[in-house]
Design a protein around this ligand. Structure first.
Ligand SMILES: C[S@@+](CC[C@H](N)C(=O)[O-])C[C@H]1O[C@@H](n2cnc3c(N)ncnc32)[C@H](O)[C@@H]1O
Length: 223
């Protein structure tokens, strides 16, 4: 067993919609190591980049243990709300139990390519480190769904790993396969453009993240 299998849960076979993770505690532990103590800093930067504000309705697709959901819930506050969706029931059970004290948070099992929410029901949609888990055949549908559930003018933020530079990072991350993931964000950026998002921007968040941020263009004539 290496760092990659610890991170991704070695015993879980891929489903038709993607590769889920059924080991939430191990995932959080290994992720903490991967971010070298800078997980909170990195996700705070993603929260700022998402433009989330007090009162927003926010969706996190592939929410895992709910780490980012809880952070976004502090920003959205009681007038707002955050929903986390993940295809792994174990992740949703763990995220729900860790978030019991947050009244403006909810979770549900679901797949990125077939979201259960009505159209235009969120101000912000985020998805971190999940697109590389979604089955290739489902990735376009996933981004289409993210656009469908976003209100016109709403913001999408998708974060993925970026290949870190530096010898120490390569030694640490080599066994995970993450150093070969430089293609992930450019691929996501292309999908986001294909489904009609506008104002697309890409940026890095040290030590290991890159994100695409985009706007769900308002239709001509809409308010
Ligand atoms: C690497 S984890 C990321 C978790 C969390 N977003 C984070 O940043 O720590 C990827 C997550 O995507 C979930 N997942 C895999 N395929 C999915 C799909 N088709 N729809 C929704 N979630 C999926 C996995 O179960 C897992 O929790």
């Amino acid at each position: 067993m290496n760092l990659g299998s610890l991170l991704h849960g070695s015993s879980r076979p891929a489903s038709p919609t993607g590769r889920t993770i059924g080991t939430p505690r191990m995932y959080d532990l290994v992720t903490t190591v991967l971010f070298a103590g800078r997980r909170r800093q990195a996700f705070s930067a993603l929260a700022v980049a998402s433009g989330a504000r007090t009162g927003d309705r926010i969706l996190d697709v592939g929410c895992g243990t709910g780490y980012f959901v809880r952070m976004l819930a502090e920003i959205a506050g009681p007038p707002g709300s955050v929903v986390g969706v993940d295809a792994a029931p174990e992740m949703i059970a763990h995220a729900s139990s860790r978030s019991r004290s947050a009244a403006n948070v909810s979770f549900e099992v679901g797949s990125a390519g077939a979201l259960s929410f009505p159209g235009a029901s969120f101000d912000v949609v985020v998805s971190s480190l999940t697109m590389h888990h979604v089955a290739p055949a489902e990735q376009l549908a996933a981004v289409q769904e993210m656009r469908r559930v976003l209100r016109p003018g709403g913001t999408l933020l998708i974060a993925e790993f970026q290949a870190p530079t530096g010898h120490a990072w390569k030694l640490l991350l080599g066994p995970t396969g993450l150093t070969a993931m430089g293609h992930a964000v450019p691929h996501v950026e292309a999908l986001v453009a294909t489904v009609g998002f506008t104002e697309i921007r890409r940026a890095s968040v040290p030590p290991v993240l890159q994100y695409v941020r985009a706007t769900n263009a308002r239709q001509a004539g809409s308010a």
